[in-house]
Design a protein around this ligand. Structure first.
Ligand code: MLT
Length: 399
């Protein structure tokens, strides 16, 4: 008899974004004449940037020659990319990270989900609520006890330190879904908490490139001592049109330790390296060359253009909704805008109404957790034209 992992039975029936996609597909089928505007899942609309395209074409040609062909690459990523990451994402900010502390991967979603492999099931995990569902679901799958940290208006969307001792802490800032940020002082509290409690912070920094304000840390390693307590996740998805290309990386400093039951210190970098070599054959050479090109002079310029365009959309959404009388958060250092649904309505009721009456897709806040109830998320990753049209529709709808 093959016994299943019964933890899976504790999950919601369907992954949030799959549920939404099904609902939208049904609506579109029944209303083929309606132009539905999708501002739901954070998928980008700007194509792969030209610098990366060029690098990919070149790499494809190289792979078609005997001299240039590459078979299995290093599981952790090619040195050319790890070096570019160290220099551009860390050294340029005065942070010292070594090449062998970087692991290139096929996406931050996978990394955030897979990282649980190297931690004991007995760890108590703190997760903000509302939250990107991957952290929660992957810990339910592996049967860990979860402590929820509300991220709500009342605490200015800054989670309070847990009252009890937790072992793993997921933080995502700029935050998905609320679009809000932590300042350096806020993050310092978390680093100190983790030091005092020998916990590990799993810091999802996938939206770092959207930060516009000073004092908002771009990396957790800007905080002194963070290398001893934090793993950082970064992604190329939203900056260079990579949601379908798949490339990201995780940083596991060598100073970061976990413990055996007997209290022996073990390098988490070493464990992750061991896991990576066994379960992963690395990201394709072509994709890694594309990721490297994000750091070229042209690549950097093109990324800034993308980010600015998405941030302009965020501004259109935020200001338009405010004009329409909504209370709105996020959208300044983030591609996500978090709005309060009208009184007396649930997040899913608002989702249905918005879809049926103005044909706009967003994400119900309650899909991100109990404390997301009463809220709704719109993304700035649509085209400018569609974003403007969606907001005009909402403004007229409200009148
Ligand atoms: C989202 O909509 O929250 C994101 O697209 C999720 C992701 O990047 O996987």
């Amino acid at each position: 008899m093959s016994y299943i992992n019964e933890n899976f039975l504790e999950l919601q029936d369907s992954y949030l974004f799959s549920t939404i996609a099904k609902k939208v597909a049904k609506f579109t089928k029944e209303n083929p004449e309606k132009k539905v505007i999708k501002l739901g899942i954070g998928d980008v609309t700007k194509p792969i940037i030209p610098a990366c395209l060029e690098a990919m074409h070149k790499a494809v040609d190289e792979m078609g020659t005997e001299e240039g062909f590459k078979g299995y690459g290093p599981e952790q990523g090619y040195s050319f990319l790890r070096k570019a990451i160290v220099e551009n994402d860390y050294m340029a900010r005065g942070i010292e990270i070594e090449e062998d502390e970087i692991f290139v991967s096929d996406g931050a979603k996978c990394d955030c989900g897979n990282i649980v492999d190297i931690f004991s099931q007995s760890n108590k995990v703190a997760i903000t609520d509302p939250v990107y569902p991957v952290y929660l679901d992957t810990n339910i799958m592996s049967g860990r006890e979860i402590v929820y940290l509300p991220v709500i208006e009342e605490n200015n969307f800054k989670p309070a330190l847990p009252k009890e001792k937790v072992d793993l802490i997921y933080l995502c800032f700029p935050n998905n879904p609320t679009g809000t940020v932590l300042e350096k002082e806020d993050l310092r509290k978390w680093v100190n908490y983790a030091k005092e409690n020998q916990s590990v912070i799993l810091y999802d920094s996938a939206y770092e490139a959207f930060i516009t304000e000073k004092d908002v840390p771009h990396s957790i390693y800007e905080i002194e001592g963070a290398k001893e307590v934090a793993i950082e996740f970064k992604s190329y998805s939203k900056i260079a049109g990579f949601t379908g290309v798949r490339c990201a990386y995780v940083v596991i400093p060598k100073a970061l330790k976990g413990y055996t039951k007997q209290g022996e210190e073990i390098s988490l970098n070493k464990l992750w390296n061991r896991r990576t070599c066994t379960k992963f054959n690395g990201v394709s050479y072509i994709v890694q060359r594309a990721a490297e090109a994000t750091y070229s002079v042209e690549g950097k310029k093109q990324i800034i253009q993308n980010i600015n365009a998405y941030l302009e959309n965020a501004k259109i959404i935020k200001e338009g909704l405010e004009e329409a009388g909504f209370t709105v958060y996020g959208g300044v250092n983030s591609p996500y805008v978090w709005l309060k649904v009208p009184d007396g309505m649930t997040s899913w009721e608002f989702f249905d109404k918005l879809l049926e009456e103005v044909n706009i897709v967003g994400t119900p806040g309650s899909g991100f957790g109990e404390h997301g109830e009463g809220y709704f998320r719109l993304t700035a990753f649509g085209t400018k034209e569609n974003t403007r049209e969606a907001i005009e529709r909402i403004k007229n709808w409200k009148k």
